[in-house]
Design a binder for this molecule. Structure first.
Ligand code: GLU
Length: 419
C-alpha cells in the first residue's frame, strides 16, 4: 500500500539533512546546539468513548521545534503510523520551511496515532476535542497555531477552535488556521499547498526550459496536496498520466481527466476503477517515464531501494520528507532536479500565515489578493533557493536548508541566550 512509508526514521533524516546543510554553510557549534533540537515536547493520553460504549486510549503529541522567529506553527496529523519521532521530524521541517518563505513563524507539529478511516465522525470529534484540551497549555494565537495535515481538515480545525474558545470563554479564531471560511478561515487556504507546489513546478520548468504544456506527470498520493497539484497542472495543459492513493494506482498514457477523477474520489473515496484508466503497480508509478514526479503521500517513499528506478526530470516534493538522504544522492547523481519539501509545499503554511494575519486584523482579503501574494512568496523563495544552488554548487535541498537554517541562525544570534 502506498500510504505506508518505509521503515526509515524520519527524525534521523531531519537531523542528517540539518547537519549536511550546517556543514555546507560552516555553522558554528553553539548556534547548532541552540537551533537543531525541539524546544518543547508534549505527549498526551487521549481517552475517547467510542460508539460501542467502550473507552479507547489514543496517544497524541505536540512538538514545538522552534519559536525563535515567531510563534510555533504546524499541522496536526491523524494516522496509524504517527510516532513521536515522526512528529519531531515534521516539526523540525516546519521551522526551516517557515524561514525559507520568510514568514514570521517557528515550527511545530502535532499528531495522534489513530486510524481515522475507521472512526465515525462522532469519535473523531470527541478525540479531537479531548486532544485539544490536553495540548491547550501549549497552543494559542501568539504561541503555537495548529493547522490541517494528513487526514485532518477544516472540520477538525473548527472543533479545535471551538474547544479552545469555549475554555477561554470567548471566540479565538486565530488559534488555528485552515478553518472553514465561516469561522474566520481564509479564501484559498484549502488549495494553498497544491497551488504553491504548482508555482514551484512552473519555476523549475522555466529554469530547465521544459514546457509545462504537454509535460507528463505522475502523482503519488491523492489527498489535498496531490489532487490540487494535479488539477492545476492539468489546467495548465500538462498530462497527468498516473495517480495513486492508499488503495491503488491508475494509469493512462494520454492523460487522466483530473476534474472527473477528483469528483470520483470525493464520491467513492479512492481512485481505483476510474474509467479510461488501467491499474498500475504502485511501485511502477515511481519508475514511469515522465517529466514531473510529485510524491504527495508520506515520508520515505523514495529510498535507497527504489530511487534508481525514478526517470522523471523534476521531482516536486508535495509531501513532507518523501526522499531519504540515500534517495537524494541517487537522484542527484542521475541529474534529476528536486524541488525540496520545505520549499515546494510551503504554500500551505504561507496561506495559513495570511489567515492568521486576517484573523488578527479582523479584515479579510479577496481570493485574487491571496493568490497574488502566494505566487510572489513562492516565486521569491524559489529564486532565493535556486541562487544558492547555483552559486554554491549544492543540491536544491541543501540550498533550501542553508536559506532556512541561516535565517533561524541569524535570529537566534541576535536574540542571544537567556539567561
Ligand atoms: N501541514 C502543512 C505543512 O506541513 C501546513 C501547516 C500549517 O499551515 O501550519 O506544511
Amino acid at each position: 500500500m502506498l500510504m505506508t512509508k518505509s521503515t526509515g526514521n524520519a527524525y534521523d533524516v531531519a537531523l542528517e539533512n540539518f547537519d549536511t546543510a550546517a556543514d555546507a554553510m560552516g555553522l558554528d557549534k553553539d548556534t547548532r546546539e541552540m537551533i537543531k533540537y525541539p524546544e518543547r515536547i508534549l505527549m498526551v493520553t487521549v481517552p475517547v468513548r467510542m460508539d460501542d460504549g467502550q473507552i479507547h486510549r489514543f496517544e497524541g503529541y505536540r512538538v514545538q521545534h522552534s519559536q525563535v522567529r515567531g510563534p510555533a506553527k504546524g499541522g496536526i496529523r491523524f494516522h496509524p503510523q504517527v510516532t513521536l519521532d515522526e512528529v519531531k521530524a515534521l516539526a523540525t521541517w516546519m521551522t526551516w520551511k517557515c524561514a525559507v518563505v520568510n514568514i514570521p513563524f517557528g515550527g511545530a507539529k502535532g499528531g495522534i496515532t489513530c486510524d481515522p478511516k475507521h472512526m465515525s465522525k462522532g469519535e473523531l470529534e470527541r478525540m479531537t476535542r479531548r486532544y485539544t484540551s490536553a495540548i491547550l497549555p501549549l497552543i494559542g494565537p501568539e504561541q503555537d497555531i495548529p493547522a490541517p495535515d494528513v487526514y485532518t481538515n477544516s472540520q477538525t480545525m473548527a472543533w479545535i477552535m471551538d474547544t479552545y474558545s469555549m475554555t477561554k470563554g470567548y471566540p479565538i479564531p486565530g488559534v488555528v488556521t485552515g478553518k472553514p471560511i465561516s469561522l474566520g478561515g481564509s479564501l484559498g487556504r484549502n488549495e494553498a499547498t497544491g497551488r504553491g507546489v504548482f508555482y514551484t513546478i512552473q519555476c523549475a520548468c522555466e529554469h530547465l526550459k521544459i514546457p509545462l504544456k504537454g509535460a507528463t506527470v505522475a502523482v503519488q498520493g491523492f489527498g489535498n496536496a496531490g489532487s490540487i497539484t494535479a488539477q492545476l497542472l492539468h489546467e495548465a495543459g500538462a498530462k497527468v498520466i498516473a495517480v495513486s492513493d492508499s488503495t491503488g494506482c491508475i494509469y493512462n498514457r494520454n492523460g487522466l481527466n483530473i476534474p472527473e477523477l477528483i469528483h470520483m474520489k470525493t464520491l467513492v473515496g479512492h481512485v481505483e476503477g476510474f474509467p479510461e484508466s488501467e491499474p498500475l503497480e504502485p511501485a511502477d508509478l515511481l519508475a514511469l517515464n515522465c517529466d514531473i514526479l510529485v510524491p504527495a503521500a508520506l515520508e520515505n517513499t523514495v529510498h535507497a531501494e527504489n530511487a534508481a528506478t525514478v526517470r522523471a526530470r523534476i521531482v516536486a516534493e508535495a509531501a513532507n520528507g518523501p526522499l531519504t538522504p540515500a534517495a537524494d544522492r541517487i537522484l542527484e547523481a542521475k541529474g534529476i532536479f528536486v524541488i525540496p519539501d520545505i520549499l515546494c509545499n510551503a504554500g500551505g503554511v504561507t496561506v495559513s500565515y495570511f489567515e492568521w494575519v486576517q484573523d488578527e486584523q479582523h479584515l479579510f482579503w479577496e481570493a485574487q489578493d491571496i493568490y497574488d501574494r502566494l505566487e510572489r512568496v513562492m516565486k521569491t523563495a524559489f529564486r532565493d533557493v535556486l541562487k544558492i544552488h547555483l552559486d554554491r554548487n549544492v543540491s536544491m535541498r541543501i540550498a533550501a536548508n542553508i536559506l532556512g537554517i541561516g535565517r533561524v541562525a541569524e535570529a537566534v544570534q541576535i536574540r542571544g541566550i537567556y539567561p
